[in-house]
Structure formats: C-alpha cells, structure tokens
Design a protein around this ligand. Structure first.
Ligand code: IPE
Ligand code: IPE
Ligand code: MG
Length: 260
C-alpha cells in the first residue's frame, strides 16, 4: 500500500519541497542502523559513544518518516547475534534503550507514534522489558506512525517460532499458504517493507526480515548511522521512487505492472 491518499497538506508540502511524489511514498521503511562503532573509532572514542550518537539519527529518521507520512518504520536496534558482543557493550546498549525510552516516549506519544517491538523481547533485561511494555501500552491507540523496534531479533529465530506455532496450532499442511506464514511472524498485520535502508557501506541483510523483504527495494549508503539525518532519509525515498518495481511482471507504457 502507498500512502498518498492518507496524506495531510503538510506532508504533501514536504514531498513537494523534496521533489518527491506524494503518491509513491512507501508505507513501510525498514532500516539496518549500522556503523556506530566505526563512527566512534574515527573520533578516537569508545563504541558506546557511537551508539549514544546513533540516537540522534533515530530521532531524525522518525521525524523524516512522519513528515512524509510513512506509516511504519522498523529499526533494527539489536540482533540475536549482537548478544555475542562484549558484556559492557551489550549492557550499555540496553541502558541506552531504557534511557531513550524514558526521555523520548512522552514526546513521541504526543506526536501520534505507536511503539511496537519484534524479536525475542523476553531475552532483554527485566527493566528494559518493563519500559517497553509501558511505552507500548501508553501509545497503543496512536495512529500516525508505527515505530517498530527489532530487539534481540533475527529472522531465522522468527521463522523457527512461526513454524513451531503453526505446527502447534494443528493447521493442516494443505491449508498453509504464504499468508498463513505471514500471520505467524512477529510482523503480523504489518505490511511488508517496500524499502530497506542499510547504512555504513555494508551490503548484507544480517538476518533481518528475510521473509518480509522478499520484494523490497534496497538502498545502501556509506553514511555511518550517527551521521544519518533527514536529508539522507529523503534521499533514500528519492532513490526508491526512481526504481522500476516489476514484481516479476512487465510494465505498461504508464509504468504500471500489467496484470493479465
Ligand atoms: C550498529 O552499529 C548498532 C548495533 C549493531 C547495535 P555497530 O555497533 O554495528 O557499528 P559498527 O558496524 O561496528 O561500526
Ligand atoms: C546488524 O548490524 C544488526 C543491527 C544493526 C542491530 P551488525 O553490525 O550487527 O551486523 P554485521 O555483523 O555487520 O553483519
Ligand atoms: Mg555493525
């Protein structure tokens, strides 16, 4: 789904000022926020310093998404594999998550942001879980932007969970379709991302939304995550709008996918 029809005047104005087509704003953007450590190392600082500055880029991306009327923004904040990092770094990341939620959630909630999570959230420290629960409950009825944090997330973990639940539900194999699988993933009810952005020059998806990104456009930028600002977000959308999305079909003269 694209969001043009649901847009307000302000969002249309921002699109216009950025040279973006309001009718082709993706409804769901997913971001692999990478490069915090290298950003800090370039400055002779500890990796945690980079993570702290990464919060600024989260703020900018949320703002940019809201200005354009993007409905869902999924941020890869901590992967299952990230548990293998030094204990101090993991602890610092968890504390940063709690501090950021405490500081920012009121304002985000007032702006209409709904916080959601995907991943093995039960593996996070109890104080993080409590803070997340509170933020999710207090923003549950907000509708401007779904901010979806992928925490202790990996796509293979998510798929294994889905397979287990499908089997436990007793559904017959004849009744299992792609839609069934989507229903059992933690992204249930959320449309698949049309655009995936990865910062820091790495060209891989590191176990992120393998199922959901099946037909997403990928935008890779060498910008390190703490330097990623609103302009970078707008650039990614511009890049997206220059793609021809064929979904395996062919385009007619109006650049629409032809359906027989
Ligand atoms: C991304 O930055 C943040 C997390 C994975 C939590 P990195 O910490 O991976 O930074 P680099 O890739 O080492 O520079
Ligand atoms: C992916 O980044 C995970 C997050 C951004 C949370 P990583 O830095 O952990 O991934 P690799 O190690 O480069 O694949
Ligand atoms: Mg990294």
């Amino acid at each position: 789904m694209l969001v043009g029809d649901l847009m307000n005047t302000k969002q249309r104005e921002v699109c216009e000022s950025q040279g973006l087509d309001p009718n082709r704003i993706p409804s769901h953007v997913a971001i692999i926020m990478d490069g915090n450590g290298r950003w800090a190392e370039e400055r002779g600082e500890s990796r945690v310093f980079g993570h702290m500055h990464g919060v600024d880029a989260v703020r900018s991306s949320v703002q940019a998404a809201m200005e354009l009327g993007v409905r869902h923004l999924t941020l890869y904040a901590f992967s299952t594999e990230n548990w293998s990092r030094p204990k101090e770094e993991v602890e610092a990341l968890m504390n940063l998550l709690v501090d950021t939620l405490v500081k920012e959630m009121n304002e985000l909630g007032n702006k209409g942001v709904r916080l959601r999570t995907i991943g093995d959230v039960g593996a996070l420290p109890k104080n993080c879980q409590a803070q997340l629960d509170e933020a999710e409950a207090s923003t549950e009825s907000n509708e401007s932007l779904d901010l979806i944090l992928a925490l202790s997330y990996s796509s293979k973990w998510e798929m294994v969970q889905a397979i287990k639940k499908i089997i436990d539900s007793g559904v017959s194999s004849a009744d299992i379709s792609a839609e069934t699988v989507s229903e059992y993933l933690s992204t249930r009810g959320i449309p698949d991302p049309e655009l995936m952005i990865r910062t820091s020059g790495e060209h891989r998806i590191s176990n992120f939304l393998l199922w959901q990104l099946a037909y997403a456009e990928f935008h890779f930028t060498s910008t390190l995550w703490p330097d990623f600002g609103k302009e970078n977000f707008f650039n990614a959308i511009r890049d997206f709008q220059n793609r021809e999305r064929r979904f395996g079909g062919l385009l007619d003269t109006n650049h629409n996918v032809t359906v027989q």
